[in-house]
Design a protein around this ligand. Structure first.
Ligand code: CU
Length: 176
């Protein structure tokens, strides 16, 4: 197996296959908390026509573990925008609650929150994901948080998709 570090690219605000001259870009540097300290990575947000192109490069994710009786599977990992750009750990058994709930400016049910993202699949710890959303432009999400959860999002349980505890957090910052 490759070392995850060996293929981790050098990150700058203009890194990536999606960089568009003139478009606003923001990044969140993701760091694992006490439940998954190995997690690290970057999520980019690029303004594009009619919305935002989001791309994530995450390493150090736990391996998938099937559901056990009475317990959710570990992975694929719930992935969302949360309201507050605060990655204080707080309770190490239930960290990152300071980031608040899902960012949901239009009062939608869960599954249709502006901050609802696809899940992250771990491939020997690595997840690379890219998607388009028309729910926001980059300016609206600066200063909010990206959260990675321990369990998959079911996209229907309210208010947060039953995605479990919070493994990692990053605050979204505008690129110069
Ligand atoms: Cu979340």
């Amino acid at each position: 197996m490759h070392s995850v570090r060996s293929i981790h690219p050098t990150f700058t605000c203009q890194w990536g296959w999606l960089y568009t001259p003139g478009g606003k870009t923001a990044v969140a540097e993701i760091r694992g908390g006490p439940l998954a300290p190995e997690i690290s990575g970057t999520v980019w947000f690029h303004d594009t026509v009619g919305g935002t192109w989001v791309s994530a490069y995450i390493t150090g994710l736990p391996d998938y573990q099937p559901a056990q009786p009475g317990q959710s599977p570990i992975g694929p990992f719930g992935f969302h925008l949360h309201e507050y750009g605060n990655c204080e750990i707080g309770d190490p058994e239930n960290p990152f609650l300071a980031a608040g709930g899902h960012w949901n400016p239009t009062g939608q049910p869960h599954g249709n929150h502006a901050g609802d993202f696809p899940v992250l699949f771990s491939n020997h710890g690595i997840s690379i994901l890219s998607f388009f959303t028309d729910r926001f432009q980059v300016d609206e999400i600066i200063g909010r948080a990206v959260i990675i959860h321990e369990n998959p999002d079911d996209y229907r349980s309210q208010p947060s998709g039953n995605a479990g505890r919070r493994l990692a957090c990053g605050i979204i910052a505008a690129c110069p």
